[in-house]
Design a protein around this ligand. Structure first.
Ligand code: AMP
Length: 468
């Protein structure tokens, strides 16, 4: 018999916060919340090794708000509203998302909650800061701009949170973070959360945390069990076509995938790929560092409400994208840094929901793939994948007959695999002379789609007639 799930009422949280939790629709605390809330409430420092999407924002946010709540007041004087809780995040999107959550958790209290980040006008932020904010979420660079402008004073911060600390280090924020932490009172509570746990992170923890309690909810650098990982070996020149094919066929019942986040390594690929997808009839947009904050927000909004089906993003831009059940993430490029793989696929399978993570690998990716395997303690079995050659489809009277005949030439073990595995190679006619005609599926792909029958007969894919 499993132990009954514990409720939020087990925690010594103010009724106003409890009401907000209920309004958010949270019924039971997630594992990180169960572990972190009591520790944060006790005033101890925390080093949290939590995967993305585990509910860590509430894990630190709820108890931290509880601790600063006694200082909440309705005075109009800015001096009565100094920053008491500071959350540092690597990106604007994550800052926005954290602030959004904290605002909702504190909705029934008198705490003033706000956010500052770069890329937007400083003036409205300045006005808000000067009026007084108790709970501030910020990206490091913009916060320092405000410190220099004397718009904010950090001398009364009681709790500081470093969210996605590994990402902040990757992005070169260490000097900024150090400067900010040195502006805070020595006597404070420090909480650090990181999806991955590198030696640099441990060093940061040693320098800035005071006898922290280590809170782990999953294996270090693990990928969520709820995410199904599929790796396709594709030819370099066919990456985009393969992606289009996957986007159009890998959904439920071989229908197009919806709400897909596609990761690329460079901004330029981001733009180009989004354009190619549009040309292929897929509603796509891109989000990367060169876009204005307004453009990024609009693209995210369109992605969230479904008007944009595929969002192509760089790692930095994708931080903080929080969609409760983002079903699919595709790594168009293998990330340079193995930790990024954990972050990227952490965008799906959040809070227990099922997710699919596809990665396209080419000949030059061997080392990067091996590094991911090492980090995530798993072995990938890439399945060769080649897009359907629509343009070169033979125009004959009964193309499906050709398809049947040609597919019978495939080696017996491959035919056997075809019975259970959907792969474009098997569902397209054999084309003598193309290198992909020789490919062999060595491993069973774990994709759920593979078990479903395609709706469209081969002939239709070839541009031929559909048999009634
Ligand atoms: P986070 O890891 O903080 O980004 O949270 C991931 C998602 O889980 C967010 O959409 C949260 O609103 C949601 N969430 C956090 N805690 C809970 C909970 N106890 N029950 C249900 N959803 C939650």
């Amino acid at each position: 018999m499993t132990a009954p799930a514990k409720a939020f009422s087990q925690f010594a949280l103010d009724p106003r916060i409890q009401t907000a939790i209920a309004a958010m629709g949270y019924v039971n605390p997630t594992p990180i919340q169960e572990k972190a809330i009591p520790v944060v409430l006790s005033g101890k420092d925390v080093m949290g090794a939590a995967q993305t999407g585990t509910g860590k924002t509430a894990g630190y946010g709820l108890p931290a708000l509880q601790r600063v709540l006694p200082k909440a007041n309705t005075s109009a004087s800015p001096a009565r509203h100094p920053v008491r809780m500071l959350v540092l995040t690597p990106t604007r999107e994550l800052a926005d998302q954290v602030n959004d959550n904290l605002k909702r958790y504190a909705a029934n209290t008198d705490l003033r909650v706000s956010v500052v980040y770069g890329g937007v006008d400083m003036k409205p932020q300045t006005e808000q800061l000067r009026r007084g904010i108790e709970v501030l979420t910020a990206t490091p660079g913009r916060l320092l701009d405000h410190v220099e402008g004397r718009n904010v004073n950090l001398s009364q911060v009681e709790i500081v949170v470093l969210d996605e600390a590994d990402r902040m280090l990757d992005m070169g924020f260490l000097p900024d973070i150090s400067r900010i932490l040195n502006l805070l009172p020595k006597k404070r509570q420090s909480l650090m959360f990181s999806a991955t746990f590198s030696p640099e992170i441990k060093k940061l923890a040693q320098n800035f945390l005071n006898e922290p309690e280590l809170i782990e909810v999953a294996r270090q650098n693990a990928t969520a069990d709820t995410v199904l990982q599929v790796v396709y070996a594709v030819h370099d020149s066919e990456k985009t076509e393969s992606l289009v094919e996957i986007l159009k066929t890998h959904g439920e019942n071989a229908e197009p995938l919806k709400q897909v986040l596609v990761f690329v390594n460079a901004k330029i690929t981001c733009r180009r790929l989004a354009r190619s997808l549009e040309k292929a009839g897929i509603k796509a947009d891109s989000i990367h560092g060169d876009k204005t904050q307004e453009e990024r927000t609009a693209a995210l909004e369109a992605f969230k409400n479904g008007t944009c089906e595929v969002l192509v993003a760089t790692d930095v831009a994708a931080r903080g994208i929080d969609i409760a059940e983002l079903p699919t993430v595709i790594n168009y490029d293998v990330p340079f840094c193995a930790e990024d793989y954990v972050h990227r696929i952490g965008r799906t399978g959040r809070a227990g929901a099922k997710g699919l993570a596809v990665m396209l690998v080419t000949g030059g990716d061997d080392r990067a793939v091996a590094a991911i395997e090492l980090l995530t303690k798993q072995k990938f079995n890439p399945v060769k994948f080649s897009p359907v050659k629509r343009d070169r489809a033979p125009r004959r009277e009964r193309p499906w007959k050709d398809a049947e005949r040609d597919s019978s030439r495939v080696r017996p073990e491959v035919r056997e695999a075809r019975k259970t595995v959907y792969d474009p190679i098997f569902d397209t006619p054999y084309e003598p002379g193309t290198e992909h005609a020789q490919t062999t599926v060595l491993a069973k792909p774990a994709h759920p789609v593979v078990k479903t029958k395609r709706k469209a007969p081969v002939a239709a894919l070839l541009g031929g007639l559909i048999r009634k």
